[in-house]
Design a protein around this ligand. Structure first.
Ligand code: AMP
Length: 199
């Protein structure tokens, strides 16, 4: 089963993806994590994307599609969770092509709905927690970048809600509950409807 977790920054996509990896042996494909890894490895691509990421803007479609293409060729285990990808319509079209080329399909797109004030509080709180724990906060987890990331989301990513609705893949859930409540809502989507073959 291959799914997309769609939602603004701070919606809890990464947290929920991590739980799906543990429970269903799925593979989390987070383009944000891949880009952060590329930055620390000092590659040419990492240098190119660092500034863009810190500002809260989107990196080019070409770069992230390339990252995803590489991953789809590997082990599929219990299926892929696309976390933070696609973020533009061009990425969504590219994903459809890549899945088809690999003989795969998209089983569900789950939109996690969280209001803006909660998103900003969560992200700024996440940065404060990291610092309190002696870790480095994400460079883009500050109020200025968060506002830009939200605007990027509404301008470029939110149109995917209509796109996947029209394709018949979309289910929207309330992302405001506890981690376990949100997890249950996601499980209900994955276990229900037309989707077969999961535990
Ligand atoms: P995330 O960890 O998903 O919040 O992503 C952090 C940052 O990485 C974003 O603000 C973008 O700069 C970049 N990024 C991650 N995924 C994508 C994507 N699919 N398309 C464009 N930029 C991305």
């Amino acid at each position: 089963m291959n799914i997309i977790l769609l939602g603004p920054p701070g919606a809890g996509k990464g947290t929920q993806a991590g739980m799906l990896v543990a429970d269903r042996d799925m593979i989390q494909l987070s383009t944000g994590d891949m880009l952060r890894a590329a930055r620390t490895s000092g590659t040419e691509m990492g240098k190119i994307v660092a500034d863009v990421m810190d500002k809260g803007e989107l990196v080019t479609d070409e770069i992230v599609i390339g990252l995803i293409r590489e991953q789809l060729e590997g082990d599929k285990k219990g299926g892929f969770i696309f976390d933070g990808f696609p973020r533009t319509l061009a990425q969504a079209d590219a994903l459809a092509d890549l899945l088809e080329e690999n003989g795969e399909q998209l089983d569900a797109v789950i939109e996690m709905q969280v209001d803006d004030d909660t998103l900003v509080k969560r992200i700024v709180g996440r940065a404060a927690e990291a610092v309190a724990a002696g870790k480095e906060a994400r460079a883009d987890d500050n109020e200025d970048s968060v506002r830009i990331r939200l605007m990027e989301y509404y301008k470029k990513t939110a149109p995917l809600i209509g796109y996947y609705h029209a394709k018949g893949n979309l289910t929207s859930i309330d992302g405001l509950g506890t981690m376990d409540e949100v997890k249950s809502a996601i499980s209900a989507v994955l276990n229900g409807g037309d989707i077969i073959g999961n535990g």
